[in-house]
Every structure is written in C-alpha cells, then in structure tokens.
Design a binder for this molecule. Structure first.
Ligand code: SAH
Ligand code: SF4
Ligand code: F3S
Length: 450
C-alpha cells in the first residue's frame, strides 16, 4: 500500500532551549507533526503552531523562556496555538498556564505522542497540561526530522536516577530508562542509510545505559559495528559508570572518537560530597587516568559549578588546581543556581556563597580554562588531522566548519557541497579556541615497482 500523504494541517515552528536531549526531542516532535500533515517553518512569524521546548536547569534558562514567551505574544499571528514543552513545562505545569494566557499547551518530555491531538483540542479552545511520566515511552515509531545533516543525535536513555543535590533533571525527566539495544541499532542503521556517518549517543548518564540485557559496553560495540558508522560519540557520561567493560569497549571500537565530555562539577571532595556526586577528587582523577590510558590522544572537556553552598576559597582552589592538573581542552562553567525542591536549597542559609564571590570565582575559572586551552592550541600549528565537514561557518564568507575526532573546530575554505566529507587538514592558525586550516592531499602510495 502506498502511504497516503496527510492533509496539510498548518505550519509549525519549534524553538529549542537546553541540552542535546531537548534538541533530539524537538526532532521527534517535528517528525511526529510532519506525519500528521504539519509543515515545519523556520520562523514564528505567521506560524499556525509555535512550540517552545524549554530547559529548567538554571533560573537564567527559565527567565529567558519567559521573556521569549512575552515577545512571541506580541508578534505571533492572531489565533496561533502556543505550546510550552520540555523541562520547564514539566516543572511548572499549571503555573505556566496561569502566567501566560496565550499559552494553551503545557507538555512534559514524556507527552509528545499526544501532540497532534492536543493541538486539535487547543484549536477548539481547550488548554491542556500533560505532565505524566511514561516510563515506557521512547517514541520508537516516530521518524525524527533531523536538524543536523551530518551527525545524528540518538537518544538511548531518558531520565536520571542520580540525585545530585543541585539538579532539577530527575524532577523534570523522571526515572532513568534505556531503549532496547536493537531499537538503537535500527535507528543508527537508518541514519547511515540517510547518508550520515557520525552518531552521538545521548543520555543524562549515558554510560549507565542498561536495557535489561545489554550494558553500555554492548551498546558501543553494537553501534560501532554498524557499517558506515565512522565516528561514534556519547554524552554525558558519569565518572562512576566507567567500569572496565565500558572502558575496554571504548578502547577497542575504532569509531569511538578521542573526546569525552566528563562533567567534574568541583575539584573538592568536600563539595563533591555535598553535591552527592558519589565520587571524590581522587576518584575523578582516577577515572581520567583510566580513560587516557585506554584512548590515546584523548581530549577531555567538562562542566564545573562554582558557588555551591559552603564552597570556601580552599574548595575553589582545589577546583582550579584540578582544572590545571587535568588540562581540559574546554569547559562549561556555571554559577550555582538554586532550583526549587532540590536538596541544595535546604542547606543552611549561612552556607550561601555571595553572588559577588561566585562571579569572581567564575571569572577566574573561565580565565584559567581559556589560557590553558589557548596555550595547548598554539602547539597545534602545522599538525594534520582528519576532519568531517559539519556545516557552513556561521561567520559567513566561503568557509565551512569542520571537526576533528578529538572535537577541535577547524574552519577551512569551502562551501555547502562539502558537507559530510572527510578531509585531511593542516592547522594554519588559531583564535585561541577554534582553528583555521587548509586541506592537504593525502600522499598517494607510490606505485609498486615491477
Ligand atoms: N547529566 C549531566 C548534566 C546535565 S546538566 C551530568 O550529570 O553530567 C548540565 C550541567 O549543568 C551540569 O553538568 C552542571 O554542571 C550544570 N548544572 C546543573 N544544575 C545546575 C544548577 N542548579 N546550577 C548551576 N549549574 C547546574
Ligand atoms: Fe543532574 Fe546529576 Fe542526573 Fe546529571 S547525574 S542529570 S547532574 S542529577
Ligand atoms: Fe535543561 Fe532539561 Fe536538558 S533541564 S539541560 S533541557 S534535561
């Protein structure tokens, strides 16, 4: 039977905030809506349906979305349906409907299957909140509409079972559950058929993946064995879930890239304990050493929080020294942001780090990471790397953005026709954080004599 094309149901615009899991969810939502006749558009102006897929990780993230909702209200086409999805929707539920009268849908991360029906209901004037967790829901039958042409984001796990005391994610995404290995492999095979050669496995603590029969080591081996997968990445792993089996798989599967994003959060054991990260400074260092031994040439990036309740100058110095000793290629740095309902908000008030102190620490940390990566990057001039062409460069001109296996960004001359190609480049310059390069031809092997 030839599948019939669904009737045109209107246009939909999705705006995404937060982590890659949210990006992946937006791809699933757009895929689902396309199957129901909605046409995706790149701007909210004139769209029939506007969905804002939100993040709740820090207060700043939520404030941005609230500001944006106000802006959309002023500019949207009369009668457009506005929905808030994702982590903020899950966290705030009815409060969002009270606060923003032009919003008619509030849908948490497990509620996207009902999107087409809920949009129809909204068109009839209903306002809906859908924030029930569904532990079986992996959207297996959805066809994601991928934003990225070159790499595929593949969710392998939803939710989180850790309880880091600062973190809202367990509340907004619910308990941890993994997709069946066979389903992940099927999706990876489909993305290779679509022409992609890089996959990024996604989960909040992705290396704790377990589908009841297979662990993360099995998953890495299975995905790495799919013909056509040339680069395999994963984010974010938790330091405690790198057992020997997982490390062994990472070191033996050729597609696994030489880059791991390994959130550290703090270099002080005292603070790590308060954060309930479940490792010590030494434990983190040990994890780094094991990964480096298993994956030669490994680049590490990290997340760090400053100003967690009770963080003293000495604790912060330990964070700085850990950053220096480990030598991260890059890091995301955050000021602690209290999230309602998390244990960190119940810590004694006298432990609160004044905002001015947190800001100072943040600036010092950023400067430390930056100067270190700048120094390392200066050493790269003249080095050769295999790169994958990812996209046209944002700053325009005739440049494309490419990526090395160890996650360096290299801008080279080129155009959109090169997307998805693998090339060898020589590094010709660096801005400190990114690189410029030129394509070099691999020397052809000399013909055999005789
Ligand atoms: N699941 C991932 C992290 C997801 S959140 C992991 O455990 O590694 C991404 C980053 O946001 C975290 O690593 C942390 O550094 C930061 N973060 C989370 N909650 C925060 C808060 N309340 N205040 C400031 N930063 C926070
Ligand atoms: Fe949050 Fe910790 Fe879970 Fe990461 S591991 S999502 S920081 S609770
Ligand atoms: Fe934000 Fe939710 Fe991701 S809170 S960081 S979008 S899991």
């Amino acid at each position: 039977m030839i599948p019939s094309k669904p009737e045109h149901a209107g246009t939909v615009y999705v705006e995404t905030y937060g982590c890659q899991m949210n990006v992946s969810d937006s791809e699933l939502m757009l895929g689902k809506l396309a199957a129901h006749g909605y046409e995706a558009v790149d701007t909210p102006d004139g769209a029939d349906v506007i969905l804002v897929n939100t993040c709740a990780i820090r207060d700043h993230a939520e404030q941005r979305v609230l500001g944006r909702l106000g802006e959309l209200k002023r500019n949207m086409k009369p009668g457009a349906i506005v929905g808030v999805t994702g982590c903020m929707a899950q966290r705030l539920g009815p409060k969002l409907l009270d606060r923003a009268k032009h919003v008619s849908l509030v849908i948490g991360p497990d509620g996207y299957r009902a999107l087409p029906a809920l949009i129809e209901a909204a068109r009839r004037g209903e306002r809906t909140i859908a924030t029930t967790f569904d532990l079986e829901e992996h959207y297996e039958d959805f066809q994601p509409r991928r934003f990225d042409k070159v790499k595929a984001w593949i969710p392998v796990q939803r939710g989180c079972d850790y309880r880091c005391t600062y973190c809202i994610v367990p509340t907004t995404r619910g308990p941890e559950r993994s997709r069946a290995l066979a389903d992940v492999v099927r999706e990876v095979e489909a993305t290779v058929d679509e022409g992609m050669s890089e996959v990024v496995l996604l989960g909040q603590t992705v290396n704790s993946y377990h589908d009841g029969r297979h662990d993360f080591a099995d998953l890495v081996r299975a995905v790495g064995a799919v013909p056509g997968v040339r680069r395999l990445r994963f984010t974010s792993p938790h330091p405690n879930d790198f057992g020997d089996r997982v490390i062994d798989a990472l070191s033996t599967v050729d597609a696994v890239c030489e880059h791991v994003h390994l959130p550290m959060q703090s270099g002080s054991t005292r603070i790590l304990k308060r954060m309930l990260r479940r490792y010590t400074r030494e434990g983190y260092f040990d994890c780094v050493a094991r990964l480096r031994a298993a994956i030669p040439g490994l680049a590490l990036t990290t997340d760090v929080i400053v100003g967690f309740p009770g963080e003293t100058d000495e604790d912060f110095d330990e964070t700085l020294s850990a950053v220096r000793e480990i030598g991260f290629a890059d890091g995301f740095t955050f000021k602690f942001s209290p999230r309602d309902g998390t244990p960190a908000t119940r810590m004694p008030a006298e432990l609160t780090v004044p905002d001015a102190v947190a800001s100072e620490r943040l600036a010092e940390l950023v400067a430390t990471i930056r100067s270190q990566s700048r120094a390392a990057n200066m050493q790269q001039l003249g080095q050769r790397y295999e790169v994958l062409v990812e996209r046209e460069a944002r700053r325009g001109g005739d440049l494309v953005q490419t990526r090395t296996r160890d996650f360096k960004t290299v801008l080279i001359p080129g155009d959109a026709s090169m997307l998805g190609q693998y090339l060898t480049v020589e590094i010709t310059g660096t801005t400190g954080s990114t690189f410029t390069g030129r394509v070099v031809r691999e020397r052809q092997p000399l013909p055999m004599a005789g």
